[in-house]
Design a binder for this molecule. Structure first.
Ligand code: IMP
Length: 181
């Protein structure tokens, strides 16, 4: 069954998670995270650009004092340099001795996250946990526990709520299955 995203030029992608479903799941994760981090003054790190909507909603769903920072990496795939990840924007904050939570849109091969985890661990945080809206089959290769996951999904390519195809569709309000038709 296909659900039209009617206010987005009737783009006929199949809904995987509607905005309402995401809101409900983010609220649950927010409360769980708040109870784990109460009185810890944690710093939450948004992985740009895909994590921006999840980060924005999740941080508002965590009713305790937190600080925010941003990081960006670029992964080169399908080229000679396949597997290379480069840091585009580093953190501004000093995170040594801090409780840190990385907020990601999706863990696919886990390559980007693996790079970010090792980069952030080199800054000697007190603790490091990961929250990812989606966790794709095979993401275990990241080799680090993903403590907070919105949903586990299969190998399908998804768009919306921060996730893009060729730079587009990030601003769709839910998560949709991408298809060329
Ligand atoms: P990795 O393979 O885990 O390193 O994923 C790297 C990045 O690729 C993610 O942070 C996303 O930005 C992007 N990505 C992976 N799978 C998808 C998808 O299904 N849709 C859109 N972007 C994706």
């Amino acid at each position: 069954m296909k659900n039209n995203t009617s206010n987005f030029n009737n783009i006929p992608f199949q809904t995987l998670y509607s905005n309402e479903m995401i809101t409900a799941r983010v609220r649950e994760l927010g409360l769980q995270i708040a109870s784990d981090y109460i009185e810890k003054n944690p710093i939450f790190i948004c992985v740009l650009r895909g994590g921006v909507y999840f980060f924005s909603d999740l941080t508002k769903a965590v009713p305790i004092p937190i600080e925010l920072d941003f990081i960006q990496a670029k992964s080169y795939v399908g080229t000679e340099s396949s597997g290379n990840v480069e840091l585009i924007k580093d953190l501004d904050a000093d995170i040594s001795g801090r409780d840190v939570l990385i907020v990601e849109d999706i863990v696919d091969t886990g390559r980007t996250l693996k790079f970010l985890i090792s980069h952030i661990l080199s800054k000697k945080p007190k603790s490091l946990e990961i929250a990812s809206l989606l966790f794709k089959e095979g993401g275990e290769a990241v080799g680090y526990p993903i403590k907070y996951v919105g949903w586990n999904i299969g190998k399908e390519f998804v768009i919306g709520y921060g996730l893009d195809y060729d730079g587009k569709f990030r601003n769709l309000p839910g998560v949709f299955l991408y298809s060329e038709e």
